[in-house]
Design a protein around this ligand. Structure first.
Ligand code: THU
Length: 149
């Protein structure tokens, strides 16, 4: 999906729904035996591919990986460099998402590493209930590669 198309509203809504469906499906693979909180993410690249991710917990809690970072790391490891949008959906196991699942600070920082200020972040309870932010909305005054040049 070319970047210009994302700015067209009806096309964006269609893309958003596709990404939300993928995030909800990815949530089904969450490995969350400790928190019981399952998160799914679907990341759209400039090449038009969608990478899914889920949270993957660990008995050593600090080794847990969030859904968003799983999606980013899968994509980056496959050579992707251009990122347009991510959909995120989370909630307690075996229930539909009841609240909006906003990305944690570490995931926002990972987005900052690989995506631009206008990267679209779709936070969804379902295909008919979602909010859209940019990375600049979610991480103002961020620290990135440009900060250390
Ligand atoms: N989690 C995510 O997958 N993404 C976030 O942005 C916030 C938190 C996961 C980590 C852990 O498995 C569970 O949600 C509860 O914190």
């Amino acid at each position: 999906m070319p970047e210009e198309d994302l700015k067209d509203n009806s096309t964006f809504q269609k893309t958003a729904v596709e990404l939300i469906e993928a995030a909800l499906a990815a949530r089904g693979s969450a490995y969350a035996p400790y928190s019981g909180y399952q998160v799914g993410a679907a990341l759209l690249t400039g090449s038009g591919r969608i990478y899914r991710g889920c949270n993957i917990e660990n008995a050593s809690f600090g080794a847990t990986n969030c859904a968003e970072r799983t999606a980013f790391f899968k994509a980056v490891s496959e050579g992707e460099e251009n990122f347009l949008a991510i959909a995120i959906s989370g909630g307690l196991q075996d229930k539909l998402p009841m609240e909006y699942a906003y990305p944690c600070g570490i995931c926002r920082q990972v987005m900052k590493e690989f995506a631009g200020d206008d990267f679209q972040i779709i936070i969804a309870k379902g295909v008919n209930e979602y909010k859209v932010y940019t990375l600049a909305d979610m991480l103002p005054f961020g620290f990135g590669g440009g900060s250390i040049q």
